[in-house]
Design a protein. Sequence first.
Length: 256
Amino acid sequence: MALLSIQELGISFGGLVALSGISLDVEKGCIFSVIGPNGAGKTTLFNCITGIYRPTRGTIRFDGKDLVGKKPYQTAQMGIARTFQNIELFSHLSTMNNLLLGRHIHMKSGVLAGATFLGRSFPAAREECRHRERVERIIEFLEIEAARDAPVAALPYGTRKLVELGRALAMEPSLLLLDEPTAGMNHEEKRDMMFWIRDIRDDFNVTILMIEHDMNLVMDVSDEILALNFGVKLVQGPPEVVQNHPQVLEAYLGEE
């Protein structure tokens, strides 16, 4: 059974059809990419999965459970984490505290309650240590040790993208949704992200569903690709099939 299964998904905004009859299955352990031009419906698809939008029709099942009608906090509790096109961080907080916010669904003693151990009970302090150990592992994995205590607002754009990725990983998701993870990054940062995406899948045992415009990255890391255009499915398959599909060439990659 697929970890994520979407069948005949549709959503409209007034008279605008954003998605029409979209079906896909994301197998556990897969890196699955969604491509298409701006306005193709990619982010709308993510918003339906995470509960920001409620689809007009169709089904979305995650690990056998129905997602339609769930709120974003409920999908997070079920094991789905997400990054955004536009970075959504608390700019006045440090990297460490932004990542600790990603632990909120696992906390019993309150978000960021462990800013100090003074006056805290032993069980609460022990819980705080567990959360900090998890966050430290992510900081080391993403190689952002130098930014640990810096306010996010003072960090370079590429580093902030990594902090947002780290916060999503801190939630310990089974499914990670990456919305244009390399947008605004330079060539070297994009190359590093390619390796991190593979390592996240392998080291953290996370299934990845990704929206990305960088075709080199998509073709290098993806096991399966879905191409959309104007909310309609063009083709789905392995990279070698999708990159040579005539409708994809015309609608997205361009043709001579």
